[in-house]
Design a protein around this ligand. Structure first.
Ligand SMILES: [Cu+2]
Length: 501
């Protein structure tokens, strides 16, 4: 553990921005500063499927989950670790000095039980972000919260509604990971006795229309060397007990009162550990105005894909007249769903089943290829290109980048300050991987050989067999993580770092 003094010294050496980060037990803020916003890491109890569940939470002393602040302000936060294990919180999508990025062993040490850490850096952009633990499997146990930075898109006549999506299991995450490694939780494969009912189920699902079989029917995954083009994507490694929207299932969903004829800014955060969804607005048409916090040319639709760790800002116009408007999130490849209900004018809320009549398709890049950034990167030739193959297999649950499963001894990928960098992400596996870069926003500039000025964002989905190129400017020197945001893939080693000073 670094002392406060040595940490400040190393921070000062690395940055001229004078951040006041201090990882030490009981450190107090500088006397000349206003008190920072306190975020407490805590244990809490929720009810899932009628049973109590012990999970984590990140709350201010007044009970607010996470933080809402404004662009242009500084992010002045003290994290207090109130749980009986180490933790460290990552500010997903923000661009802090690297020592404040919250990745244990890369940005700095974890906060010990009873300890605290102070953060102070400028907020460069508005938008919908989130925070989550980067320590072991704490994210699976809901050590996460919204991080909203208000800007001009927030209007006085518009109601903000936040939806945090999650996947929940009563099994401890360590056990889930163990089962994945041993193959206990693997899908039944062709030739195995369990495969028969699964195959029958798949046949009953109707072919074509891009409909994907549920995981139990997916026999392609886990077969190494299988031809990518012919294989159905292998989805949903983990069998979850429930899918949550703001901590609740559809058996008892959150009901939000809205004004008939009013406007809503819906901020959807996919904080699930392993699960991608389609956000289904039902009869309402939504206007997608930002992805991962960054503005895009608006896209109108009733259904939007959201991969793990991504965010969607969607404007809704609530119809006049009393009505209940369910906002659902449908698990890709299966018929499971979760969601909340907007109620205008005291309408009755009828029960929504947790299972839809039809399975949802797998996420595609159809929307991604149509997105256009409102503020794209300046066009520029890449100074450096990293080709990063997404590699691995279900067998033994081995996941890697360029066939290297990351360890502390893995050398960082090189780049240099001031460079335009392009990452060529090629998915060689039968599973989709949502890839996240820390400390920088990137722009999607190519899909399967077609160049276009796509969305600026921080997490991009690379489906099986696809090639996605993202570009970013190396403008935030430090040591940064780049990884698949599927929690158990990351833990298995689908992770790399970039280092430049
Ligand atoms: Cu992955």
């Amino acid at each position: 553990m670094l002392s406060r003094r040595s940490f400040l010294l190393s921070t000062l050496a690395a940055s001229s921005a004078l951040p006041t980060l201090a990882y030490s037990q009981g450190a107090s803020p500088r006397a000349d500063d206003a008190p920072p916003t306190v975020l407490r890491l805590e244990r809490r109890s929720i009810e899932v499927n009628g049973k109590p569940a012990s999970v984590f939470g990140i709350r201010q002393p007044n009970g607010t989950f996470g933080i809402r602040t404004e662009v242009g302000k500084r992010f002045r936060v003290r994290v207090e670790n109130g749980i009986n294990e180490p933790s460290l919180i990552h500010w997903h999508g923000l661009t802090p000095p690297w020592q404040q990025d919250g990745v244990p062993g890369i940005s700095g040490p974890p906060i010990p039980p009873g300890g605290s850490a102070d953060y102070d850096f400028p907020l460069r952009f508005g938008g919908t972000y989130w925070m989550h633990s980067h320590w072991r499997f704490q994210e699976q146990l809901m050590m996460d919260a919204p991080l909203i930075i208000r800007d001009e898109r927030d209007r006085a006549d518009q109601q903000e509604v936040i939806v945090m999506l999650g996947d929940f299991s009563f099994r401890p995450p360590e056990q889930i990971f163990e089962e994945l490694r041993k193959g206990d939780a693997m899908p039944p494969m062709a030739g195995m006795p369990q495969a028969a009912p699964a195959a029958a189920e798949m046949k009953g699902m109707g072919q074509g229309k891009g409909m994907m079989a549920p995981k139990s029917g997916s026999m392609s995954g886990g077969i190494p060397g299988m031809a990518m083009g012919a294989a159905k994507p292998d989805l949903n490694d983990v069998k979850y007990d429930a899918f949550l929207a703001n901590d609740r299932t559809l058996a008892d969903p959150e009901v939000v009162k809205v004004e008939p004829g009013g406007r809503v800014l819906l901020r959807v955060i996919n904080s699930a550990s392993m699960s991608a969804f389609h956000v289904d607005l039902g009869a309402l048409e939504g206007e997608l105005i930002a992805v991962d916090g960054f503005r895009i040319a608006p896209v109108k639709a009733r259904r939007f894909p959201i991969a793990v760790a991504q965010r969607l800002d969607i404007r809704l116009a609530i119809p006049r007249g009393p009505a209940a408007h369910p906002l659902l999130a449908k698990l890709e490849g299966e018929n499971k769903q979760t969601g909340i209900v907007l109620v205008a004018g005291g309408a009755q809320v009828s029960r929504i089943p947790g299972e839809a009549s039809m399975a949802s398709p797998a996420l595609t890049l159809d929307l991604e290829s149509r997105l256009r950034a409102l503020s794209p990167l300046k066009p520029r030739k890449a100074d450096r290109v990293h080709v990063i193959n997404l590699t691995g297999e279900m067998m033994g649950y081995r996941w890697s980048l360029n066939d290297v499963a990351w360890t502390k001894d893995t050398a960082p990928l090189p780049l240099a300050k001031g460079e335009r960098v392009e990452l060529v992400l090629i998915n060689k596996t039968p599973m989709p991987h949502p890839m996240h870069l820390h400390g920088h926003e990137f722009q999607v500039v190519e899909i399967d050989g077609k160049r276009f000025p796509g969305a600026v964002r921080d997490t991009v989905l690379v489906p099986p067999g696809r090639r996605v190129v993202v570009a970013f400017d190396a403008n935030n020197p430090g040591h940064w993580a780049f990884h698949c945001h599927l929690l158990y893939h990351m833990e298995a080693g689908m992770f790399a770092t970039f280092r430049y000073v």
